[in-house]
Design a protein around this ligand. Sequence first.
Ligand code: FAD
Length: 333
Amino acid sequence: MRVTVLGAGVAGLTAALELARRGAAVTVLERGDRLGALACSWSAGGMLAPWCERESADEAVVRGGETALRWWPEAVDGVTRAGTLVVAPARDHAELARFARRTREFETVDGDAIAALEPDLAGRFRSGLFFPREAHLDPRAALAGLAARLIALGGELRYGVEASPEEADGDAVVDARGFAARAAFDDLRGVRGEMLVVRTGEIAFARPVRLLHPRIPFYVVPRGDGVFMLGATMIESAERRGPVVRSVADLLNAAFALHPAFGEAEILETRADVRPAFPDNLPRVESRGRVTYVNGLYRHGFLLSPACARAVADAVLGHEGSGHEADRERRRA
Ligand SMILES: Cc1cc2nc3c(=O)[nH]c(=O)nc-3n(C[C@H](O)[C@H](O)[C@H](O)COP(=O)(O)OP(=O)(O)OC[C@H]3O[C@@H](n4cnc5c(N)ncnc54)[C@H](O)[C@@H]3O)c2cc1C
């Protein structure tokens, strides 16, 4: 079967790879002139943190996230399984207790245990939560890895093509255009996110660290070689412009509160994009004729795209028996 996938973000590339693995002849059409140029996925932190996310997300996110923890290491190199550390300043101890009540699969850690996990945080926090089963990846490397796997399986990836689901060739079409597909839905909204990338030789974290903060769900994701992604704001807006001063100030202040050495870090990049989201903040896989739509990945693009990709492949190629894990995930997605 010839399948055309619109969009080379994480939704499109995971679906394309899943389809190609199951034998489809896949062509991905991307309007950007290179990988990530116009993709929200390029801005992501790359945390695979289903149990932390449960603090504010549905149980379906945990189930989809568990799929992601198995799927990504089989698909690309560079998935690090070192857990997530959550800390809060002493004055926000109640926030930590609230986070613990809403989540599971963590160990409560004291100052010594925090120092053992992240020596650079020694003496800075008296208590925290450690989620040992969580993982992280570099989203940009992961997208490149998916593209390479797709091509190795005989798939094609064409840049600079503005495509529409009605006019695309193929026996089947997968619309993974992210927020650009909003005209196809009456309830897709945008949630703006801003982030920074910084470099410092003074801090070395082994894993994502979240600092509970009153205004933003602040986290730092290590990218190696002293590079860190600092994220991310969550603003109910579809406005596409660069990060604003207040958001950058909040993110930098939070980084500084986590470790003062961030005050001397070099700012390499600031970026903002719009997360596509449905009212329940859960993704949808929906077929209309020969077009299957995958959208609404909200703040869980890397976390939930593997489950969605399986649901897309099931919908396009026919699924593999009602007891199959992918089938159950299709219904959830
Ligand atoms: C700051 C920030 C931090 C985040 N952190 C995380 C995180 O840690 N973990 C996580 O799981 N998620 C995270 N997310 C969310 C994640 O980035 C999104 O859920 C995800 O990127 C959505 O993927 P997508 O493929 O649907 O859309 P996109 O990545 O936007 O991909 C859509 C693609 O379609 C292309 N396209 C659009 N129209 C056309 C057309 N007509 N023809 C051809 N191509 C077209 C676009 O150019 C784009 O490349 C974060 C998001 C932000 C903004």
